[in-house]
Design a binder for this molecule. Structure first.
Ligand code: ACM
Length: 265
């Protein structure tokens, strides 16, 4: 199973240019026979909006919008793609990750942990991040800042995710290293597709990567590169939760002693 991260530099509010850039990444992924592709957060719109008007004008409905249609078409040759999309519904805007598989729109995850000014334009999602099936394997989806809440990766792993697909627009310098821990503590693969570039003074860190269940980086892009990086993985390795001969990291959990984690306040 070939999994890839696509790294790019979206331009704020320039959907035409962003669609062209996404098309190049899709073409490159097709040439290298990628099965599963992750694209960055908000790759249709850019990130640093001035106001809600800009965010609204840059958003699209899923799966009717131009980006969605392009991704759906790419997936129709037996592939899976997860992309961060600035989504407009009748009532609200969401920072979403749309999932397309085999020419179908499978699900849209709406980011539940909004970062900084995102809350000025986006409504927070209300649903748990999903796990989807593809060719008998299971993939979890989360978006960018969800990484700092270890509960999210844990819930995805408990729901059976063997790999976590993670569109991102990373600003803080910690995530790429933290995802190594997310891999180790859940024994899952992770694929973080980040953006690059500086937008209205905000610098994004690139360094898109894929990690294995022991936290090894299987690939890592630079912070200037645009394109695709892919690796072949066996997602089934994530079903083995034994970290020593006597320690299964799921069976050894003591959730009754962690009840604070599930209390709202
Ligand atoms: C982020 O969640 N885009 C930092």
């Amino acid at each position: 199973m070939k999994v890839a991260v696509g790294q790019m530099d979206p331009q704020i509010c320039d959907m035409e240019k962003n669609l062209d850039r996404v098309k190049s990444i899709l073409e490159e992924s097709e040439k290298t026979d990628v099965d599963v592709l992750v694209l960055p957060e908000l790759c249709n719109s850019g990130y640093v909006f001035k106001d809600i008007g800009e965010a609204t004008d840059s958003a699209e409905s899923i799966p009717e919008g131009a980006f969605s249609r392009e991704l759906l078409e790419w997936s129709s040759s037996g592939r899976l793609v997860v992309a961060g999309i600035c989504e407009r519904t009748k009532e609200d805007l969401y920072n979403s990750a749309a999932v397309f598989r085999d020419g179908e729109h499978i699900i849209t995850y709406r980011k539940i942990h909004l970062f900084l000014d995102e809350a000025n334009w986006f409504k927070a999602g209300q649903d748990e991040p999903p796990v989807i099936e593809y060719r008998g394997y299971r993939f979890g989806v989360m978006i960018c800042f969800d990484w700092i809440f270890p509960e999210i990766s844990r819930v995805l792993a408990l729901k059976g995710a063997q790999a976590i697909l993670h569109p991102a627009n990373l600003v803080l310098p910690y995530c790429q290293d933290a995802m190594i821990t997310r891999s180790i503590e859940n024994r899952v693969f992770t694929a973080t597709a980040n953006r690059i570039g500086t937008e209205r003074g905000v610098k994004f860190s690139g360094l898109s990567q894929i990690t294995d269940i022991k936290g090894n980086r299987l690939c890592k892009m630079s912070n200037g590169e645009v394109g695709v990086s892919s690796v072949t993985i066996d997602p089934k390795l994530a079903d083995n939760k034994l970290i020593t001969a006597r320690n299964d990291i799921f069976a050894d959990r003591r959730p009754g002693l962690y009840t604070l984690i599930t209390q709202d306040d």
